[in-house]
Design a protein. Structure first.
Length: 127
């Protein structure tokens, strides 16, 4: 008779047969997938981030130049990827299963849309 599913022996058997542990290659692939997003952030958005605290002291031409290559779609793609990356790492750690971060963004769009709606509502309330 098999052990009930909550007993230690059954849990160990489940772990042995159903869990996945990422290999070094799996983690390298995550790092490789992150590389283009990091490069775009470093090239375009890090200088913006570094200057935000001092933006009041800059003239309009300097500010325009700083934002010249900035695109909302870039920011959205970077944040979407990072959201998926963090969730995939969490899922690997807590569920012992792999996830394709390029296919499953773990509800990012719904969260983004909720934040946009809440921000619009707040801004309308200020006027």
């Amino acid at each position: 008779m098999p052990a009930p599913p909550w007993e230690a022996a059954a849990l160990e058997e489940y772990d042995r047969n159903n869990t996945w542990e990422p290999t070094s290659d799996d983690l390298r692939r995550l790092k490789k997938d992150l590389r283009p997003h990091k490069a775009k952030f470093d090239e375009i958005y890090r200088p913006i981030r570094d200057q935000v605290a001092h933006i009041i002291l800059k003239n309009d031409l300097e500010v325009a130049e700083l934002y010249r290559e900035a695109l909302k779609t870039d920011i959205d793609q970077i944040l979407c990827f990072l959201h998926g990356l963090v969730k995939a790492i969490w899922y690997m750690a807590y569920n012992g299963q792999p996830h394709d971060i390029n296919k499953d963004h773990y509800g990012y769009a719904a969260k983004r849309n909720r934040i946009i709606k809440e921000t619009e509502t707040m801004l309308r309330g200020l006027s």
